[in-house]
Unconditional design. Sequence first.
Length: 346
Amino acid sequence: MRLLHIIPSLEIGGAQRLLSDLLPLQQKQADVTLLVFMHADNAFVQKIAAAGVKIICLDAGNVYDPLLVFRLRKYMKGYDVIHVHLFPALYWAAFAARGLDAKLIFTEHSTSNSRRGKRWLLPVERFVYGRYSHVVSISPQVREALDGWLGREVSRHVIYNGIDVRAFAEAAEGEVPSDSIVMVSRFAPSKDHETLIRAMQHVRHDVKLRLVGDGPLLEKAAELAGALGLSHRIEFCGAASDVAVHMAGAKVGVQSSHWEGFGLTAVEMMACGRPVLASDVPGLKQVVEGAGLLFPAGDSRELARLIDTLLEDSGLYAQTALRCSARAKEYDIAATAAGYWRIYNE
C-alpha cells in the first residue's frame, strides 16, 4: 500500500505529535510519505525521517494560498490512501484529489474552530467534507460537534489519539520531581494559559511553574505574568523536543484549555506517572475524568486549591498518580495504528 499523509506543518501540536508516533508504525506496513506545506526542524521531523518516511515540503509562503491546490495535485497521484490532517489542508486536498483513485481520509482533531458558526460557509464545509471517503474523529465529542455543525452524520469513525506509552514511562524512571507544575501546550486560542498563570497567585509561594511551548499568544502570557508579579516563579521554556523530561521533572501536570479535541498532552503527562489537573471541557474531560482531577474551565482559584491539595496530601498524590498511569495505558499508539489500518483497508 502507498500511503500519503498531508498536514500544513509539523510545528508543535497534538496532530503533529500524533503523526510523529503513528507514521513510524505505519511505515512497517506500508510505503508512507508525508507532505507538509511549510518547513519545520524539530524532534517530530527527525523521528519521522529516522523511520524511513519520505517527507515532501512545498515550502509554501502562505498555507492559505488556494494555488496550493495545483501544487498538491502533482504530488497526490499514485497513492492508494491519502490521509489529511488540519485546516487548510482539509480544503486544498479535497479539491486537488478530484478524479484521483485514492481513498481520501480526513481526521478531525478538534471540537471547535473559527469556521464554525459562520452560516455562509456551511455549504462549502458540507461540500468539502463530503469529498472524503471517511472522516475520522479523535473522540466522540469531536464527532458530535462536527456532525452538529454540518447538520448531518459525516464522521462514522472514532479513533482515539495514542502515544508511545512505554517511552514516556521510561523517560520518567528514576526522575525525582521538584515541587513544580508543568504545562506543555502551544500558546494558541484553544489553550488557557491565563487561568493557570492567575492560579499561581494563590498557589504555595515556593512552587514554580514551567510553561513549555511557543505560539502567537506567548508574549501576551509573559506580559500577564509580569503584571501579576509572578515572573520569578514562572519559566517560559519555549518549544522543546524533550517534553517527557519536562513532564517527569515536575510534580504535577496541568492542561488548562478553552477547548480540546482529545487532550494528547494530558495522556503523555499521565504516562509519566504524574497527577494531571485538567479543565472540564469536552474531549479533555473524558480523557482525564476518573484518573486525574478536573477543575471548572477558567476557575483559577479552584485550580490553585487542587494544586496545593495534591502537593500537601501525599496519599491523594500517590493514588492520583497511579490512576493516571493506568489510564494512559488505554491510549497506546498501537491501538490507534490498528484502527486506521482497518479503515485504510475497508
